[in-house]
Design a protein around this ligand. Structure first.
Ligand SMILES: [Zn+2]
Length: 466
């Protein structure tokens, strides 16, 4: 596993005396309940062949929620001497979740900040990772069996790339009039990047339909974003079966990319469940992967993170295979698709992020409407499931006010500025009890709440006159 080590340091911070920082004593209030399911065996009791990947790689790690005041965050983001891996942060609650070696946490960080408020979110990281894999390896999709019956089972667990491709293949066979799957390019590991084109045939000219783009799996470990994108496709198909005349279907055209980072996704199933980037070579041998979401050309800057780090941007814009393929595809199909809406699904935090990511100083066009639409989406989710999603500018979430390169070159900014009128990044569940390792029992609840969000989003776009 690779840790993020940010190499920029600010002189001022080096002079901070840890003991002068205004931290309060004690741990954070206990809000998480450990729900390691009782019916799942502990991975350490299983035979080697029954364990999906080498789970002992996470044995020494924990995930901790830190409560920061003033300088801790800057210290953590900019220091060099403690290795950790940032998972998420909440700027309202002023907390940050990090994955860190137990020894680094207890002997190093806590020694430096003895009054630090914290809570251990994931104590047994190996087991929590293990529990996200399907309970059985037996599930396969057969072209001879009913698509819908198999789909019910398909969404009970997260699925590997092969199974997803078989499901998409059967979807296309079952609904050839609606579904067209395009292979738009080859990744570094020669996997196909696939766009699922969903369009109901009718007498409305294809070119005059508004196009909605929904992507998942940009970051490999965020499995819920992949399952949710697939679930949206499935629910649109079900809508087509029951109400083919629905305006959402007849007047809109959808492009889905459920697995935007197939190489990385595959790697999380075979090697490292917590991998984030793609898998292409970098200038440093043995350090693989570019963060696709830092690779777009709109306000791209080279990341200060090194090639082994999780935020590595590459040396030039569009160096990541996937962002380049996507840009080529959009340019080639420019005349065919008028993109009105773009939703990029990620996890975790339950947030709806609006542009810009690269800077808090540039105001997005239609800012008021952009924010209002985001709150409308949040409300539609809350009404469906009770889940609370926060709305905030992406620059705040990405800390680009602190270190500008952290928010640069994102697909959100690129799509918003060049292609889509209404663009958001949605960070799905949860708010931290499982983080990136959300159990599969949440696939359908999350899918259902995002279906509500998409309906609201589509209705807004249909009623928008531009
Ligand atoms: Zn992500």
């Amino acid at each position: 596993m690779k840790y993020t080590i940010l190499s920029t340091a600010i002189l001022l911070l080096q002079t901070i005396d840890a003991f002068q920082l205004p931290f309060n004593l004690g741990q954070l209030p206990k809000v998480f309940q450990s729900d390691l399911s009782l019916n799942q065996p502990h991975y350490s009791t299983l035979k080697h062949d029954d364990i999906p990947i080498n789970l002992s790689q996470y044995e020494d790690d924990i995930v901790v929620r830190l409560s920061y005041e003033k300088h801790l965050k800057e210290y953590l983001l900019l220091q060099k001497d403690i290795k950790f891996n940032k998972w998420a942060q909440n700027n309202n609650a002023r907390t940050m979740d990090i994955q860190i070696k137990k020894s680094d946490f207890y002997n190093n960080l806590l020694t430096k900040f003895p009054n630090l408020k914290y809570e251990i979110i994931i104590e047994d990281l190996s087991q929590t990772a293990y529990e996200t894999f399907p309970k059985s390896n037996d599930f396969t999709i057969s072209n001879d069996l009913d698509f819908h019956a198999q789909s019910e089972l398909f969404f009970e667990e997260y699925r590997n790339l092969n199974t997803i491709e078989s499901w998409l293949n059967l979807l296309q066979i079952t609904y050839p009039q609606v579904i067209n799957i395009e292979e738009i390019g080859d990744t570094y590991e020669h996997k196909k990047l696939k766009v699922v084109h969903f369009q109901v045939p009718n007498d409305i000219d294809h070119k005059s339909k508004k196009t909605i783009v929904i992507t998942g799996g940009v970051h490999a470990r965020e499995w819920i974003s992949v399952s949710t994108t697939l679930y949206l496709i499935y629910q649109l198909i079900r809508l087509y079966n029951t109400w083919p005349g629905s305006k959402i279907l007849t007047q809109l055209n959808f492009l889905f990319i459920p697995v935007f980072n197939p190489d990385g996704y595959e790697y999380t199933w075979t090697t490292d469940r917590l991998w984030r980037k793609n898998r292409q070579e970098t200038p440093i041998p043995k350090c693989f992967g570019i963060d696709i979401d830092h690779s777009y050309d709109y306000h791209w800057t080279k990341s200060t993170d090194w090639a082994c780090g999780e935020e590595y941007s590459g040396d030039i814009p569009f160096e990541a295979f996937e962002s380049k393929i996507w840009d080529n595809y959009l340019n080639e199909t420019n005349q065919e698709h008028k993109i009105y809406g773009y939703l990029d699904l990620h996890s975790y935090s339950q947030e709806i992020l609006y542009p810009y990511a690269y800077s808090c100083n540039q105001q997005p066009r239609d800012e008021e409407n952009l924010i209002e639409l985001a709150w409308g989406i949040a409300k539609s989710i809350r009404l469906k499931s009770g889940s609370n999603y926060q709305v905030l500018p992406a620059c705040i979430d990405k800390d680009s006010d602190l270190l500008p390169d952290l928010g640069s070159g994102s697909s959100l900014d690129y799509m918003y500025h060049n292609k889509a009128y209404w663009a958001y990044q949605l960070k799905l569940r949860d708010t931290g009890s499982h983080g990136f390792l959300l159990p599969s029992k949440y696939i359908e609840p999350v899918g259902d709440e995002i279906v509500s969000a998409i309906k609201y989003f589509c209705e807004f776009i249909l009623s928008d006159d531009r």
